[in-house]
Design a protein around this ligand. Structure first.
Ligand SMILES: [Zn+2]
Length: 241
């Protein structure tokens, strides 16, 4: 039998989201202009800082929002593929709920996580792709295939952030295709995780082992809210991954 969940129940979080989420982001296609008013609001929260870290091919700003001051550094970015906007809306809503939690403990997170973790979020890494609702950037390059050659300004920017921030954990957040199930079940995968292999033979080195262990913890925690809906992302090469 599972222990009682230490955090807020799903219904409480759902009603918080209903009351406070950014309804301007309730769209299937999110562009750079859509998120600017939201970034302006979030930048006013005393617990969050906003910094323009660079510009896309066509000169659209790429920004980073940061919260917390703890020793564990987490970096997450969204919409590296311009046509995958759901994580952008999710992280911005999440930051608002974390901000509200900082005064009301409405998420019942227990200890002060901001003294344990520094959280950096780059919403919409590929604003030019977002503008045209395409996977690739303005140069027609998939930024998720540019980690070594660094031909794109957006890929170089991400690399600079990794070099500067030296994150302990990094999350490359993509959309979840609704047609995939969580394993051989009838349940759609609401969220799926992948600890990508760094080596061609896919052996598990120390960072990948740590990523797998973290995923196991996250899946265990999330299973209280999403039983049967958590998948393991297929790591065979796919044009769409
Ligand atoms: Zn993607």
């Amino acid at each position: 039998m599972k222990a009682a969940h230490p955090h807020a129940p799903a219904q409480a979080i759902a009603s918080l989201w209903d009351s406070h989420h950014f309804s301007a982001l309730d769209k299937s296609h999110l562009r750079h202009a859509d998120i600017q008013p939201v970034l302006d609001e979030i930048a006013d929260y005393p617990s969050i800082t906003r910094e323009t870290i660079g510009y896309s091919c066509t000169g659209k700003s790429i920004e980073r929002l940061s919260m917390g001051s703890g020793p564990l550094i987490i970096l997450a970015w969204t919409q590296m593929h311009g046509d995958e906007p759901t994580a952008t809306a999710a992280v911005l809503d999440w930051l608002k709920l974390l901000h509200l939690n900082s005064t009301s403990n409405s998420l019942a997170l227990g200890s002060d996580w901001t003294s344990l973790v520094t959280l950096h979020i780059i919403p919409m890494l590929n604003p030019d792709g977002a503008e045209r609702d395409t996977r690739v950037n303005e140069q027609g390059i998939d930024i998720n295939r540019d980690a070594k050659q660094l031909q794109t300004p957006e890929g170089r920017l991400l690399w600079q952030q990794v070099q500067t921030l030296k994150p302990d954990v990094a999350f490359n957040l993509h959309d979840q295709n609704p047609y995939y199930s969580a394993g051989p079940t009838a349940y759609p995968a609401t969220i799926a995780f992948l600890a990508p292999a760094f080596h061609p033979d896919k052996h598990v080195d120390a960072p990948r082992l740590r990523a797998k262990q973290l995923i196991a913890c996250m899946a265990d925690t999330l299973s209280h809210w999403l039983p049967c809906h958590i998948g393991r992302y297929d790591d065979t090469y796919s044009l769409r991954s």
